[in-house]
Design a protein around this ligand. Sequence first.
Ligand SMILES: [Zn+2]
Length: 293
Amino acid sequence: MLILCKHRLLGATLISLLVPVLASIAEAKKLNVVTATTDIAALAHEVGGDRISVESIAKGYQDPHFVEAKPSFLLRLQHADLLIIVGLQLEIGWLPPLITQSGNSRIQVGAPGYLDASQFAEILEIPTGVVTRAMGDVHPLGNPHYWLDPENGRRVARGIATKLGELDPSDASYFQERFQDFDKRGRKIVTYHNSATNFAKHFHLDVIGYVEPRPGIPPTPSHTIELIGLMKRENCKLVLVEPYFDLKTPNSIGAASGAKVVVYLPSVGGEKQVTDYFKLFDYDIDLLKKAFQ
Ligand SMILES: [Zn+2]
């Protein structure tokens, strides 16, 4: 009994000694990611979570075409496991010499630790003819300011998650899960009728169910119960109702599931101030913004 206690004591001591060591190993194991811009860093952070450390060379208030190369950037690049650039020659005026001077073989062009994020994005304005300086700041490979399309943000995030998984296979599923969360975050909705399908596609909402059991069929108690269960499982927090439907069933669904019930407008004129096609989207986007906050 005494021996057992001693062992226990020894075990406990060993564990308490090992915990900081293990923590620092985990810390050291973090992938060191450097990005050219803050937007790519933000996307990398979304999927990389606490398994990476990430820093952007350019600041968000700087013109990404012209970034002043400070010596501290070089140090960051020397220790990077992964460099992610916007690409399409956005950084051509300042980044290539830094990559070379870093002497870091992991992040040289074509190395596994070099990732050009533009390969994942939909690129607009790819010139077809000859590009000359007289045309101004025309990027010969297409418009590199692609990150301002959230759909491209989604694609880039997925590409980064895959790359992080290649560099750190033991955390590959963690990165994929983080991407799935990022992709779906806060965007699950239920609508009364299936009137918001195109709207949802454009604004990347995930319609998981309808108050109507089938299009045009009024709610039934059994379907309502099923829907409440589904919403709880999927953590769906929003029910959109067209203004011409009764709010009784949606409100009871909202009360039972903890979701907010909001009347959205599928048509111009649904509210007095919604007088044209543009105001319709202004109205509904504003409504969604408030509802998801
Ligand atoms: Zn530009």
